[in-house]
Design a protein around this ligand. Structure first.
Ligand SMILES: *[C@@H]1O[C@H](CO)[C@@H](O)[C@H](O)[C@H]1NC(C)=O
Ligand SMILES: *[C@@H]1O[C@H](CO)[C@@H](O)[C@H](O)[C@H]1NC(C)=O
Ligand SMILES: *[C@@H]1O[C@H](CO)[C@@H](O)[C@H](O)[C@H]1NC(C)=O
Ligand SMILES: *[C@@H]1O[C@H](CO)[C@@H](O)[C@H](O)[C@H]1NC(C)=O
Ligand SMILES: *[C@@H]1O[C@H](CO)[C@@H](O)[C@H](O)[C@H]1NC(C)=O
Ligand SMILES: *[C@@H]1O[C@H](CO)[C@@H](O)[C@H](O)[C@H]1NC(C)=O
Ligand SMILES: *[C@@H]1O[C@H](CO)[C@@H](O)[C@H](O)[C@H]1NC(C)=O
Ligand SMILES: *[C@@H]1O[C@H](CO)[C@@H](O)[C@H](O)[C@H]1NC(C)=O
Ligand SMILES: *[C@@H]1O[C@H](CO)[C@@H](O)[C@H](O)[C@H]1NC(C)=O
Ligand SMILES: *[C@@H]1O[C@H](CO)[C@@H](O)[C@H](O)[C@H]1NC(C)=O
Ligand SMILES: *[C@@H]1O[C@H](CO)[C@@H](O)[C@H](O)[C@H]1NC(C)=O
Length: 477
């Protein structure tokens, strides 16, 4: 249940550095400092006539200092399906008598899909409108924006592209075959005095910082933008059955692009590397890379996963993001309640992202309870099902169990009796369903499922003691 998800999240959130470019053997691994991972490639494998690239859409060229995809310079390639390249800026410029002295409308190689999440379309000028044209599936789509101003904008407009001297729009999904076009509303001598060109371009989010000086002369000739790449024209539904399926490594999976056109490959959870190469996905050593176990825990890397344990004399799950390793002894109910709390609060999975003071779950829990914020930290799923008052009572019991001083803590038996009392009153049924399911739900919240891969040893005394509740509970039925 919850914990399993938590672990999946933990791994998913930990970004792993993909080691090495991994081109085909006998192929250049980089050009001008840019790594070239297969399916991309330059030329043919050394001593053969085999292409270094998967198919023509991954055919790159190297002029010795720069890497090119058709006529665009490539600056980075990621195996997660993105490519960064430079595209020339479109401009339309007048001379002082209104003659057109520059009119450039660049386009991008047809196979490139502009990432709608990573880029913006931008126009700069004071008498300007810009178009982004796309020819997709044999029809044309255009989007764009307008910027007009009769005098040079105030310096306050520097840094923002809000429609004064600079406008920007989002890019629709799946635009291929794009062409960028800057236009003017016609020569205007007053505007020309401070803005002699209209500019349009696509740039990756956050890259362009407008300044009013850009109206006189834009600082750039090219802009970096992000392309989404994919293999072929099939989706994951059919691709794995085709002869030229590109996910060639063991431990890979097919990854749909979402645009309905092409697919990508990725290494399975716990593996990393290049899924397009045979044997490209290698076991990831989580113990070294993501350090999932607590400092006093013992990390053991497994093929495709890992496990955390505690040294002799300690107990717990040994996880950084879990309960760690606590000294064995009188802390039994503490450990088991920590587990129960973890099940209660789904946010635990994201504790990397939480502010420092929220990291210690027990502190977080108790302070949330004291400040009346408990509901904010509880799992949505639980809130939906539960009666709030009862939840608070259970939470209060949990809080008392977390009291640092031993004598303030209720005994297991007391806890069991209180929980039993809650169940018997039935003034406020736990859930909206029948009571049978409701009490089971409660048990699930409080008793860790030892079959789960939470890493807790099912035979340890903490779990046994909390199981007592379950036995008492069952006896009360
Ligand atoms: C790859 O692209 C280069 C440059 O456009 C071209 O000269 C070469 O013939 C292409 N390779 C193949 C196999 O088409
Ligand atoms: C402005 O450009 C037009 C068209 O290119 C040209 O005919 C004209 O001579 C230019 N005027 C000046 C002052 O440069
Ligand atoms: C480069 O141009 C060739 C020929 O026009 C085309 O087949 C290929 O798909 C293009 N490559 C990319 C990455 O667009
Ligand atoms: C392309 O257009 C045709 C005809 O308009 C349509 O039937 C088809 O579904 C479209 N394909 C995609 C991938 O959008
Ligand atoms: C694209 O549209 C043109 C004009 O409507 C038509 O002649 C052509 O056959 C179409 N191409 C495809 C691949 O559908
Ligand atoms: C536009 O004006 C700027 C600044 O006066 C000048 O440097 C630039 O050459 C002009 N651009 C064109 C295309 O005439
Ligand atoms: C624009 O500003 C952002 C944030 O300050 C910065 O990261 C980025 O490099 C700047 N872009 C350019 C082209 O200078
Ligand atoms: C898909 O790609 C294959 C091989 O490149 C090609 O033969 C086929 O015509 C393509 N199909 C479509 C619908 O574009
Ligand atoms: C309760 O558990 C926490 C987390 O493992 C641990 O740091 C703490 O020492 C334990 N408290 C007691 C009294 O055992
Ligand atoms: C969490 O806070 C409690 C109470 O302050 C403390 O006893 C415990 O050692 C802390 N645990 C960790 C892992 O910092
Ligand atoms: C659980 O603990 C028992 C007793 O300490 C030990 O024999 C057993 O190997 C442990 N199992 C696991 C999966 O750690």
């Amino acid at each position: 249940m919850g914990i399993k998800l938590a672990i999946v999240f933990m791994i998913a959130f930990a970004t792993s550095a993909v080691a090495g470019a991994q081109p085909l053997s006998g192929c250049p691994s980089s050009c001008g400092g840019v790594e070239i991972p297969y399916p991309f490639g330059v030329g043919t494998q050394e001593g053969t006539t085999n292409n270094c690239f998967l198919d023509l859409s991954f055919n790159l060229t190297c002029d010795g200092t720069k890497l090119w995809a058709n006529t665009s310079q490539v600056s980075t390639i990621s195996l997660q399906g993105q490519l960064e390249l430079y595209m020339p800026i479109s401009r339309l410029c007048y001379n002082e008598s209104g003659g057109v002295v520059a009119d450039e409308q660049p386009s991008l190689a047809p196979a490139f899909t502009v990432s709608n999440r990573e880029n913006k379309f931008i126009s700069v000028g004071c008498n300007t409108y810009g178009y982004l044209n796309s020819f997709k599936n044999n029809s044309t789509y255009s989007t764009g924006c307008i910027s007009k101003c009769q005098q040079i904008p105030d310096k306050e407009n520097t840094g923002v592209c809000s429609g004064i001297g600079c406008c920007q729009v989002d890019i629709p999904v799946g635009m291929m075959n794009i062409m960028v076009d800057a236009y003017s509303f016609g020569f205007d001598a007053r505007v020309w005095a401070f803005n002699n060109c209209s500019y349009s371009f696509v740039a990756k989010n956050g890259w362009f910082n407008f300044t009013v000086e850009d109206l006189r002369n834009l600082r750039y000739k090219m802009t970096p933008l992000v392309i989404d790449w994919a293999v072929g024209n099939q989706t994951c539904e059919t691709a794995p059955y085709s002869q030229d399926y590109a996910c060639r490594s063991y431990n890979t999976e097919c990854d749909d692009t979402g645009s309905g056109y092409g697919y990508r490959c990725k290494c399975k959870e716990g593996f990393e590397g290049n899924p397009y190469q045979p044997d490209g996905c290698r076991d990831k050593d989580e113990c070294v890379e993501t350090k999932p176990c607590s400092p006093n825990g013992i990390c053991n890397n497994l093929i495709g996963s890992y496990e955390c344990s505690c040294p002799d004399g300690y107990e717990g799950d040994g996880r950084n993001n879990g309960i760690g390793c606590s000294l064995k002894g009188n802390s039994g109910r503490n450990t088991s309640l920590m587990i129960a709390l973890k099940l209660l609060t789904s946010k635990r999975a994201l504790s990397f992202d939480r502010p420092e003071e929220e990291r210690n779950l027990s502190v977080y829990f108790v302070s949330s309870l004291n400040e009346g914020r408990l509901l904010q930290i509880l799992d949505n799923h639980i809130i939906r099902q539960a009666n709030v008052e009862q939840l608070m009572e259970v939470a209060n019991i949990a809080k008392r169990c977390l009291m640092v001083k031993g004598e303030d803590r209720p005994t297991m038996k007391e806890v069991a009796m209180e929980l039993e009392g809650l169940r018997l009153t039935e003034r406020h049924p736990w859930g909206y369903g029948n009571t049978q399911t409701s009490s089971e739900e409660t048990l699930h919240l409080l008793i860790p499922d030892t079959g789960d891969d939470v890493g807790v040893n099912g035979t340890n005394t903490e779990i046994d003691s909390i199981k007592q509740i379950s036995i008492l509970w069952d006896g009360g039925r």
